[in-house]
Design a protein around this ligand. Sequence first.
Ligand code: NAD
Length: 433
Amino acid sequence: MKITVIGTGYVGLVTGTCLAETGNEVVCVDIDAEKVRRMQNGEVPIYEPQLDILFERNIKAGRLIFTTSLDEGLHHGEIVFLALPTPEDEDGSADLSYILDVADKIGQKIQSYKIIVDKSTVPVGTSEKVKETIARHAKVDFDVVSNPEFLREGFAVEDFLKPERIIVGSSSERATEKMRKLYNPFVRSGNPIIIMDEKSAELTKYAANAFLATKITFMNEIANYCELVGADVDKVRIGIGSDSRIGKRFLFPGIGYGGSCFPKDVKALHKSGKDKNYDFQILESVMKVNQSQKTSLIPKIKNYFGGNLKDKKIAVWGLAFKPETDDIREAPALEVIKSLLDEGAQITAYDPEAMPNVERKLGNQIAFAASMYEAITDADALVICTEWSIFRTPDFVKMKQLLKQPALFDGRNVYDVNEIKETGFDYFSVGRI
Ligand code: NAD
């Protein structure tokens, strides 16, 4: 099939590449000329495991091409995916300007039947708006489909190739059949393609992200309470996770959720409720708790140093909002660093993939190390903000030699409490004493 993907970020590039992998001819359009130039030169502009292999293979096979020309993209594809940003607006709602601007241009430019597929996360009613916007100019038939994306950064390729479910919101038989045909190769193991109306599809995405953010936040509150009463959140987690109604996943406490999705999607759903005079009280609490959770290590660090962090050298391991990505949007590490800088500490950070992005954001406010061990050399303490697997079994003897004192603040519960205490570290984590 001939496919066009507009927007080549984490979602668009993975979508385009994976659709090319099943034999489709894909044209990816992006407004960022520098990014397009890099992709045309065979460079993957983001870090995402496995993406480089598929990217190279499909470019070589001529099934995946990149352009800045919307005309070229719209001339090519019968199915046109919108994988555009829907960032947080000033009032917390989703900013739909990227989607509606492109929809307006699509209306002016299309010359044959198109299925416009919204992959971005958008509030209920956006399909309608897209339809109306395109219809203002369009002289040919078109359909609008809502097809929210559920991939996780760090597992994006795996998630796209083997989705647990695909949601298609459509009121057109013709478009629905095409979507089924396009996605059938990805659900051969029997996972469902769930067809529903556009509004329900749009809400399914927000409901999923809000539920997961709530699950994490609930565990963070249980962890905070564990610290007060001397319980061990790991044991509680395993205890409740073995109940199949609760499930084992998404129960790991830490210094809060971040990333480009959960924070903005929870806010946007909350705001959509407000617009209908509905007060999502749970979401209000989730946002509040998550914000304070991000800096929940700071009092522990201050306490350790007698209340004063001035000129303390603090090493930070992990900057990305989660492992296996270079994405730092709303990363808890940034809040931790900001608080430590405000307290007068000096920061040296290390992250396997995210340092260039943080350097662009923070400049020389902090130092960057070439390795995890260089980061802790002569540092007064180490703070772990992201649980990259290379941090899981470090050389503790070497760490103790390099650090000025064996102070370890673990925001992701990477280590076993008893094992680490045997190594002689002063160890502080989340929900475990
Ligand atoms: P992103 O910021 O990584 O990528 C967006 C891309 O769109 C950029 O390359 C940008 O240059 C391009 N763009 C902007 N305006 C354009 C225009 N007018 N024409 C062509 N290209 C344009 O965003 P993302 O993380 O891929 O997210 C896209 C959408 O998918 C958002 O709604 C997001 O909430 C949703 N989503 C994201 C994830 C995720 O894990 N990142 C997962 C599921 C859903």
